[in-house]
Design a protein around this ligand. Sequence first.
Ligand SMILES: *[C@@H]1O[C@H](CO)[C@@H](O)[C@H](O)[C@H]1NC(C)=O
Ligand SMILES: *[C@@H]1O[C@H](CO)[C@@H](O)[C@H](O)[C@H]1NC(C)=O
Ligand SMILES: *[C@@H]1O[C@H](CO)[C@@H](O)[C@H](O)[C@H]1NC(C)=O
Length: 364
Amino acid sequence: MGCDNIKRTVLSSMKKRLLLLSFLCVVPLCLFNGWPIGFKGLTARDPSTFHKCSNSRNVTILLWYWPFRRPFSLKGDVCWDLYRIPHCRLVDQRSLFPSADVVVFHNGELVMKRQVLPLDLPRPQGQRWAWMSLEAPVYNGNLLQYANIFNMTITYRRDADITIPYGELLPREVEDHLVEEVPLNKSSLVCWVVSNYRSLHRRSQVYKELNAIVPVKVYGRWTKRRLSSKALLPTISRCYFYLAIENTVAKDYVTEKLWRNAFQGGAVPVVLGPSLDDYKAVAPPNSFIHVDEFASVKDLGKYLQDLAADKKRYSEYFTWKNQWKVKLYTDWRERLCKICSQYNSLPQEKVYTNLEAWVNANNT
Ligand SMILES: *[C@@H]1O[C@H](CO)[C@@H](O)[C@H](O)[C@H]1NC(C)=O
Ligand SMILES: *[C@@H]1O[C@H](CO)[C@@H](O)[C@H](O)[C@H]1NC(C)=O
Ligand SMILES: *[C@@H]1O[C@H](CO)[C@@H](O)[C@H](O)[C@H]1NC(C)=O
């Protein structure tokens, strides 16, 4: 039941009840902030349980410039209309700087020197500046110059102030009980899509070693077998296993190679990226195979062969789909609106005194 509805029915009655109701309506918003941290901590959180209570003030998020110079429409109450996140005013007009609660700067343009920070503008009291990046540390440029400037980080990392993963698993709701069949019409054992083969280091080593034991079918720009985006998932669905090898090994850096290519494609991911613990935090047991779980690539190859030959055991790698569904994040507006749903739990006062160190911390 929406709180606008409740409110209408009580408006005419006692003021006291209205007060209590507004309180009940706002408190869950404050408690419910943030997406759960560990995988075990995932709980059902239907965005429609957020209610639009008009008595709490809007948080204004100002995007200083659009990532990759690609603007999206901000017409209407975008965060509510698209994502059911209330009290969130997402704007991109710089003239609104004085009233902005959060000003967001996407790092890519700073690295390319296409944009600079408005360091000359007097910062209103309480305004937070947010540093946003979806890139692995090596592509974030020199951040030493940004000491003592930012109050928030918005990245794929679980320990960022706002975590914006490439994808995540959400609990299935009763109404979307449509259970996908275990895809078993397979013609390849292991597949890999790779667009650029340079600087592959450990990845190419694993591929070479694995390919010497079991056949690995390689697609992508690097090979003669290019794949259109339309053909990507159908092709992967014909593979027992998909090599979800990240381009860069960095803490929590798990991209659409896992969420879209493997999970949505319907192949069991063989992952090589951050540590096993990082993957365990975001994906359920028996949903992926981590290269580090094996003493050697030879052992891994043997395991994959045996698993593909055992239909029952293989299909167990898909049972997580009964409980979870894949959610991909691709729209910057959705990521920015998320700031509002967590705004109340941000620390009162925070400064990244050494952003460079934070970004490069705990890299695996
Ligand atoms: C909050 O922002 C929305 C979307 O911009 C707007 O429609 C609404 O009138 C604002 N409410 C308040 C109280 O400022
Ligand atoms: C299995 O894949 C083949 C292509 O190799 C296709 O012709 C066939 O229709 C598929 N069968 C099913 C049940 O999807
Ligand atoms: C944000 O960072 C600036 C610059 O270091 C600092 O002066 C300000 O107090 C911080 N604001 C918040 C809300 O943390």
